[in-house]
Design a protein around this ligand. Structure first.
Ligand SMILES: [Zn+2]
Length: 147
């Protein structure tokens, strides 16, 4: 039996550094990225959709805008954290390294918690590099479960 898939793309910017990186990524730098969020269902809802593109975009964008966009993303052990806090700067300290892989998973978890049958989030960090987080299909994704 076939499946349906829909993908919504959302673009945003962030700064970060990767403390354990042996090369240039250990220095502060920024990315202008594209998150491609894919939802899937084995049958369509009463509207003939997996989910509405606009609703899916809203679920992604609310998290991205509030947490990630124009934010400096750091490991919580980064010595810059207390300095940024004292300066009143916008940052997010994570319990893990702020890689594209981790950001893809954070977006995935937010959108699925909102009740969308998301199966994959790909985070395009550059034109030719993306990281992806996937989980198995939801067995009983229903529009009613969405908040
Ligand atoms: Zn980077």
């Amino acid at each position: 039996m076939g499946r349906y898939f829909v993908t919504k793309e959302v673009r945003f910017c962030y700064g970060h550094r990767l403390l354990n990186h042996p090369g240039r990524c250990r220095h502060l730098h920024g990315h202008s990225v594209k998150a491609a969020v894919t939802a899937s269902a084995d049958r369509l809802d009463e509207r003939g959709m997996v989910c509405d593109f606009g609703e899916l975009k809203q679920a992604v964008a609310e998290f991205v805008k509030e947490k990630l966009d124009h934010t400096l993303l750091l490991h919580e052990a980064d010595p810059l954290v207390p300095l940024l806090r004292a300066a009143g700067e916008r940052f997010l300290a994570l319990p893990e390294h702020p890689t594209a892989e981790v950001l893809a998973r954070l977006i995935f978890e937010h959108v699925r918690a909102k009740g969308y049958p998301v199966v994959e989030v790909a985070l395009w960090e550059t034109d030719d590099s993306y990281a992806c987080y996937r989980e198995p299909f939801l067995r009983h994704a229903s529009p009613e479960a969405r908040q």
